[in-house]
Design a protein around this ligand. Structure first.
Ligand SMILES: Cc1cc2nc3c(=O)[nH]c(=O)nc-3n(C[C@H](O)[C@H](O)[C@H](O)COP(=O)(O)O)c2cc1C
Length: 353
């Protein structure tokens, strides 16, 4: 049998193929479509509030009665110091001016107006709503949260971008590790937001396989049968795809953003920090060219919250110079079929090979 059943049995789906959580791009409809393809859908909760998360979980359950994962950000929140206040003020002024010069009318929020949510409240929501699979990124969960979730029979999937992080996750009892290669679109799941692991995806996966005993999902660059089989050969038992679904029917990207993806050139896909304060892989544009090497990048999540309104305004103008589009290194046709069809085709292709 081609597919190992360790992960699929554990999470209760037929195929160990996972629709990547993609905060801002994946939707509840995408999660349900992945479930219809007998794969594992992932509901991205990011750093939403507990009320917003409860609503989304309930809405997803209305669309599917199949298992799905909920995904949260296990990030550390830097303290608000005088230096941060000062830097926030300067960055806000700089970005407002930059927007104005580029004909984008936008008022960015003050630091005091931001709502910053940690993940702890979401642990209770996950338990109350009886979610049984949780994936997370940007660090490890604290021991108490891990214990609480385990007592409630929740399967835990942690993300690593280095062997060191994988070993930490395994030691703290995480059930499945998602090895995120550098090819991946979106944020690097790195524990330390200022560090960029230089290791390539294949080396990372093979070495995590040698250093840990937990089942591994691989995420980063899978876009067809060949890439999926290559990572299976290196020890992956689960296969997570994000970039492959960016233009799907259920993606929240706008038509002009999907069109951009279809014309994308490899030089345009870079690692950037200027939209959110954390390294993420996406499409370079005028905004990143100006801000990436400037002093106007606050630590995550402050930069992310600050630039949110700017990105929204750019989106409503269909302004490619200022929108933030995450994308992975594996350029493909960016099919606009449904997530269900794209995943079914991937599975079919893989089984035919
Ligand atoms: C638009 C976008 C948003 C993402 N948001 C999240 C997220 O909310 N949580 C998460 O764990 N990973 C997130 N990721 C990373 C994916 O889970 C996954 O690692 C990546 O998509 C796999 O590589 P690929 O894009 O080459 O398929 C995101 C990726 C993309 C492209």
């Amino acid at each position: 049998m081609f597919w190992s059943d360790t992960i699929s049995k554990r999470v209760g789906v037929k195929y160990p193929v996972i629709q990547a959580p993609m905060f801002g791009v994946s939707t509840i409809q995408m999660v349900a479509a992945a479930a219809r393809a007998d794969c594992l859908g992932s509901l991205a909760l990011g750093d939403l509030s507990s009320n917003e998360s409860t609503e989304l979980i309930r809405a997803t359950k209305k669309l599917t009665d199949k298992p799905f994962a909920v995904n949260i950000f296990a990030h550390y929140i830097p303290e608000i110091t005088d230096a941060l206040k000062d830097q926030f003020f300067k960055t806000k002024n700089f970005l407002e001016q930059l927007a104005k010069e580029n004909n984008i009318e936008v008022k960015l929020p003050d630091l005091s107006a931001l709502t910053i949510n940690g993940y702890h409240e979401l642990i209770d929501v996950i338990i109350e709503e009886e979610c049984k699979i949780v994936s997370f990124t940007f660090g490890n969960l604290d021991d108490q949260s891990i214990q609480k979730l385990k007592e409630n029979e929740v399967t835990l999937i942690g993300t690593c971008t280095s062997v060191k992080e994988a070993v930490i996750l395994e030691k703290s009892g995480i059930d499945i590790i998602c090895v995120q290669g550098t090819e991946a679109g979106g944020h690097r799941g790195t524990f330390d937001p200022d560090y960029v692991p230089q290791i390539g995806g294949l080396s990372l996966l093979s070495q995590v396989y040698d250093h840990t005993k937990v089942p591994l999902i691989y995420a980063g660059g899978i876009y067809n049968a060949k890439t999926l089989q290559a990572v299976k050969e290196l020890g992956a038992q689960g296969f997570q795809v994000g970039n492959l679904l960016l233009a799907s029917q259920e993606s929240a990207l706008e038509p002009f953003e999907k069109d951009k993806l279809k014309k994308i050139n490899e030089d345009e896909i870079i690692l950037m920090k200027s939209f959110s304060g954390r390294y993420a892989r996406g499409i370079q544009n005028k905004y990143t060219e100006i801000v990436e090497n400037s002093d106007y990048i606050l630590p995550y999540p402050y930069q992310n919250k600050l630039t949110n309104a700017l990105r929204k305004a750019a989106k409503s103008q269909q302004n490619l110079d200022f929108v933030g589009i995450w994308a992975g290194q594996s350029i493909h046709k960016y099919s606009e079929l449904s997530t269900e069809d794209i995943l079914r085709n991937l599975i079919l292709q893989t089984m035919e090979k």
